[in-house]
Design a protein around this ligand. Structure first.
Ligand SMILES: [Zn+2]
Ligand SMILES: [Zn+2]
Length: 141
């Protein structure tokens, strides 16, 4: 008896035989486990895009478990779940926007502080403009 082949996706040991492994790798439970594994790393927005144009799976209506899992060509998310995901996606977007707004404000502060510093140091008149190199300070996009 040789060592058994271990499938990471299915968390399962199977006989270390090429034909059996191949059969396993082509089987629905394995494909499903694999797809579910990668689903974990998808962002909400990606899932939303994926799910948006799909019609609800029958399993949603009768409460049964769909044997296709994430491989199913119908969606498994209820309208409520989709709504929740949209809220989450929206939230994370607005957090990002707030962050970059803060950064922009910070950079503007730096700009005006630099100006004040230069004015004091070189006793420049208030109307004097910064050299062009100091004016290009902008938040990264
Ligand atoms: Zn497997
Ligand atoms: Zn389904």
């Amino acid at each position: 008896m040789g060592r058994k082949y271990y499938c990471d996706y299915c968390d399962k040991r199977i006989q270390n035989d090429y034909r059996i492994i191949k059969q396993h790798n082509e089987g629905l439970p394995h494909l499903r486990a694999k797809a579910e594994h990668f689903q974990q790393f998808k962002g909400i927005e990606e899932i939303l895009l994926d799910v948006k144009y799909k019609t609800p799976c029958r399993s949603l209506k009768d409460g049964s478990e769909c044997m296709f899992g994430v491989l199913c060509r119908y969606r498994h998310y209820t309208t409520d779940q989709i709504w929740e995901m949209q809220q989450l996606a929206h939230k994370s977007k607005s957090i990002q926007q707030k962050r970059s707004a803060r950064l922009l404000k910070y950079l503007r502060n730096v700009e005006s502080r630099t100006e004040q510093f230069l004015q004091k140091r070189f006793d420049r008149p208030e109307t004097a403009k910064l050299p062009p190199s100091m004016c290009t300070l902008k938040a990264p996009k």
